[in-house]
Each structure stands twice: as structure tokens, then as C-alpha cells.
Design a protein around this ligand. Sequence first.
Ligand SMILES: Cc1cc2nc3c(=O)[nH]c(=O)nc-3n(C[C@H](O)[C@H](O)[C@H](O)COP(=O)(O)OP(=O)(O)OC[C@H]3O[C@@H](n4cnc5c(N)ncnc54)[C@H](O)[C@@H]3O)c2cc1C
Length: 380
Amino acid sequence: MSTVTTSNNSYQTAIIGAGCAGLTLGYHLIGSKSEPIVLIDKQTNRNDHLWSYWDNGRDSLKLPRPFIKKKWASWAIRTQNREVIRTGNSFQYVCLSSAVFESHLQKAIENSNGTILREAVTGTNTKNGTKSLRLSNGSELAINHVYDSRPPLVSDGAMYQHFVGLNIQADDPIFDDSTAILMDFRVPQSFGIHFIYVLPFSKKSALIESTVYSTKILPHSWYKQQISNYVQKNFPKTNWEVVSQETGALPLTNKYPQIPFGVPIGLSANAMRASTGYAFSQIMSQISELVLKIGSSPSKMTVNKGSSLIEDFMDKIFLDVLSKSPQRAPEIFSKVLESLTGDEFAEFMSGYCPASTKAKIIAALPKALFSIAAIRRTFS
Ligand SMILES: Cc1cc2nc3c(=O)[nH]c(=O)nc-3n(C[C@H](O)[C@H](O)[C@H](O)COP(=O)(O)OP(=O)(O)OC[C@H]3O[C@@H](n4cnc5c(N)ncnc54)[C@H](O)[C@@H]3O)c2cc1C
């Protein structure tokens, strides 16, 4: 086995994983550190997809802002019998391409004092206070500071948010491109909680995603059929074609963080909102706060989770209710949106919202259902 040490390779800092969190931290570190850093990722290719989140102009979202592809002033949830629309005052719903953002960060890191190794970390060790990483090519790196973004492990029976999204181009101006449709529940519910997510980029083009909350991931053909049926039903007179597609399966429950080596970041540090799968803006906040701590107090390098303890508990109760009573999902999600202003909803989705917002949500939810779930969670 060959051994690469800091003395001949002089990496003081290593980041395991060059995904959203790893690249963002790497980008900040090349700006603030003079010594070389190394990012290690087992993937050579990461699929492009959209990251959507709420932006209110805060500093932690400055880095991705130039790459925003589209902004929406309003967002909606549709059920069989109603539509709830909210408009932000300070917040807008925005999206960007993961490939465009990641490629920018990657180039900046590699053009500066950063290296990205395309290897898997297969083992970690600490001996006499020195950390070392074993790589899939058989080499070993000795490192002073390690940040770890390997995602949590998932056990059997986990609830996933799984989806296929099709970017479609229509012949006619069929979309209202001022409003993002977060959830349209007017679709078959037989395979779990199912909704269509519509991000209209223009009057003629949109990402249309069929999303399911359940323990069983379905064949891609199933989601594509749902999207086709949805477009057919809602826009029967238009011709349309698929330009590209994206897919994903995000575990929401039964997650066990890998034993962190160094400082955990990203999903590994619980950045994801358990009930919704949103993690992007939480990761941006997490990394911004971490970078400040690295600069000022190196001994206190911990990161905040994507939500407060109370929000975590609320998310868990939400998931408990949804798994036991999936037929109530349209009512529950629409009531949450209805109980809040646009900005309050965006704040809740982004994590660490004020107590008054949480109180409004709790007041709006079906009492019996949520009280039983809260008791179940407390004693489980
Ligand atoms: C398709 C999809 C769509 C999403 N859309 C949204 C959205 O719209 N809004 C939102 O807020 N969130 C979204 N998310 C959730 C979240 O923002 C992303 O999952 C985000 O990429 C998480 O960042 P991360 O750095 O923690 O993990 P990742 O980006 O997954 O990065 C972890 C990296 O670690 C590497 N790795 C793992 N193990 C090893 C190892 N042993 N050795 C070396 N490397 C290793 C992996 O290859 C990976 O590149 C989406 C997720 C997916 C998958």
C-alpha cells in the first residue's frame, strides 16, 4: 500500500464528498486558507437536477444567487376541492441547476489551491492525534482537519420521497409562470401519498414531477405515465415533448448518520428537513456558519442541523401521521400553507422559524390525529 502523508502532499484539510456541502465548504476554504485542501469523492459523474428553495436575500444564500434559473413570487397547493396560494413579501421560491452550480464551485476550487480526488474513502483512522484516510486506490492520506459529508445510512422500511421529473416543452402557452405548484394532489393515490410538482419556467416550458411518499420506490415508467396523464388531463389540446428528465429517492426516516470522521456537514449533519426533503438552503446556512467558526474559534467546529429541535419533532410527528393516515395528506399540507402567510411558510420550510409560526401550524392541524402521533413519538 502506498502512503501519502501531509509532509509530501501537504494537505492540511480534507473534505470527504464533493457534493453540495463538500464543494460549498471547499469553495469557502480556498478563499480563506492559504494551504492546499483536498476533496475526495467516489463519484465521477453527478446527475443534473434542480435545487429549489426560498430566498429572502440573506447572506448565506449569496453564493448560489447568480445561478438562479427562475424565481416565483407565489406558490400553491391543490387538492380535489380547493387551491391554496400564498405570495411572498420578502421571500421568493427559486431554483437552479445542480450541475451548473457544482461545476462553478469545482472549477474555482481546482483553479486555486484545491484538489478533487475521484476515489472512495474506504477507511478512517486516528493514531497519536493524527487522522488518516484510506482511499480505494490503496493510498492513505494523513490529514489535520477532516470534514465529512458521507450521507447517512438507511435501514429497511424507510419512508422515501421518490420522484421522476420531466422537463417539457409545449407548443402552446399553457402554464402560469408566476406560480410554482408545490403539490397538486389531484392524481391517483393508490401507491402512497402522491402529488405533482410543477415549476413553470415560461408559459410553454416546465419541470413536471410525479412525487410519492412511501416505502416502495416504483419503476420510472410509472411516474412518467402519471406525468403524461396529468398533462393530458389538464392541457388536452396541446402538443408537448420531453426535453430532459431528473430522478431521485430521498430517505426521510430510518436514517443513521455514519460515525463522523472529523466534522460532519450536509446531510451527514442532519441538514435535510425530515418531512419535506428540502436541504439546499439549510446546507448553505450550515456551511456559512461553519466557515465563520473555523475563522474565529477552531476548537468549536460543530454545525447546526437544518432545523430546530422543535421543528425536528414536528417533522417526525408529520411523518408519523402521514405514514399512518396517508389519505389525510392533501388536507394536512394544504392546512399548513393556509394557516400561514407566504413569508411564514417559506421561513418554516427553511428551518428555525419563529415560535409564533410554529404555534399557528399546530393550531391548524387536526388535533386528535396529531396528539396521538405526538404521544406515540414521545414514548417510542
Ligand atoms: C435528485 C435530487 C433533488 C433534490 N432537490 C432538492 C431541492 O429541490 N431542494 C432542496 O432543498 N433539496 C433538494 N435535494 C436534497 C439535498 O439538497 C441534496 O441531496 C444535496 O445534494 C445534499 O448535499 P450533501 O453534500 O449533504 O450530499 P451529496 O450532495 O449527496 O454529497 C455527498 C457526496 O459524498 C460522496 N461520498 C459518499 N460516500 C463516499 C465515500 N465513502 N468516499 C468518497 N465520497 C463519498 C458521494 O459520492 C456524494 O457526491 C435533492 C436531492 C436529490 C438527490
